[in-house]
Design a protein around this ligand. Structure first.
Ligand SMILES: Nc1ncnc2c1ncn2[C@@H]1O[C@H](COP(=O)(O)OP(=O)(O)O)[C@@H](O)[C@H]1O
Ligand SMILES: [Mg+2]
Length: 271
């Protein structure tokens, strides 16, 4: 199983949207068996699939992190999409975080790694949806410690890109102490429009790789599809946001871009 953590300390940068749409596309278009893990106490990802458990019920990623004798397969649930599975999360992750930190007998950073080994051969791909924080964030550290790669959704402005340095520093530390094969797969520029793009960024060399695919601003598609609990493609198959997600999935897998005409021509499109 190839594991990718989707992380950014900012909220509203499309982490959860990318997690579910990428998972969906890999499962349905590329016939991969995919596991999504909800590590955000807001439970947005679990809500979307209508699989969020009540706040006093910690069955899901919380229990997997707390009870190292448990088997994650007992908490993984099928979604309505074939080949797409979810380890749900909810408010109990807040308490889980505190409980992990106050346990000085069992390992704190490697819990998810130890647990996911038990189901490693049951899925092809796993995406971990993280809370919007990287400081004091034992859940994010657990995600990075067990991952092969990191995806960083980020708006294309200088402030947001500066914030990515925190993630790079954290990844360096994780590589050094917990997971030496962790790699930063790349920044994914999100919510891009003529108005909100920092043009300087398009030509500037970044310290880390970037995806060629940009996710353009499509507020109506994003809001209505989310309200209807539908993926972009299910809600509006022929729209720019849907095409961008399809290109992103192909790029992620190293497949041919299904919509090459929708890829930004960096120098022309936004300048
Ligand atoms: N391409 C897009 N264009 C405009 N809005 C988007 C787009 N993708 C997602 N959104 C909206 O942005 C908000 C934050 O998205 P979300 O994926 O929940 O971010 P995060 O998980 O990083 O907090 C949501 O309201 C979502 O519907
Ligand atoms: Mg989110």
């Amino acid at each position: 199983m190839n594991i990718a953590t989707i992380v950014n300390q900012k909220g509203g940068v499309c982490k959860t949207t990318i997690c579910r749409n990428l998972g969906y596309l890999l499962a349905t278009k590329y016939n991969k068996k995919v596991l999504l893990i909800d590590l955000d106490s807001s439970g947005n990802l679990s809500n979307f699939f209508e699989l969020r458990r009540p706040s006093n019920d910690d069955a899901g990623s919380s229990r997997v992190l707390l009870d190292l004798d448990s088997d994650p397969k007992d908490f993984v649930v099928k979604t309505r999409i074939d080949n797409l599975y979810l380890l749900p999360g909810n408010e109990s992750l807040g308490k889980t975080e505190k409980d992990i930190k106050s346990d000085d007998l069992l390992p704190q950073q490697n819990r998810l790694k130890l647990q996911l080994k038990k189901i490693n051969d049951q899925f092809d791909y796993c995406f971990i949806d993280c809370p919007p924080t990287v400081t004091n964030a034992i859940l994010v550290i657990n995600a990075l410690a067990c991952s092969d790669e990191v995806l960083i959704p980020c708006p294309a402005n200088m402030d947001a890109i500066d914030g990515v340095n925190h993630i790079i520093n954290m990844v360096n530390t994780i590589q050094q102490y917990y997971n030496d094969h962790l790699t930063i797969r790349g920044v994914i520029f999100t919510r891009i429009s003529r108005k909100n793009i920092d043009r300087q960024l398009l030509t500037q060399k970044l310290a880390i790789p970037r995806f060629r695919t940009y996710i353009r601003e499509s507020s109506a598609l994003a809001e209505y599809s989310r309200a209807a609990n539908l993926m972009f493609e299910e809600y509006e198959p022929d729209s720019k946001g849907t095409h961008d997600m399809a290109n992103l999935a192909a790029e992620y897998l190293g497949e041919k871009f299904p919509y090459p005409d929708d890829l930004p021509n960096e120098l022309n499109e936004f300048l």
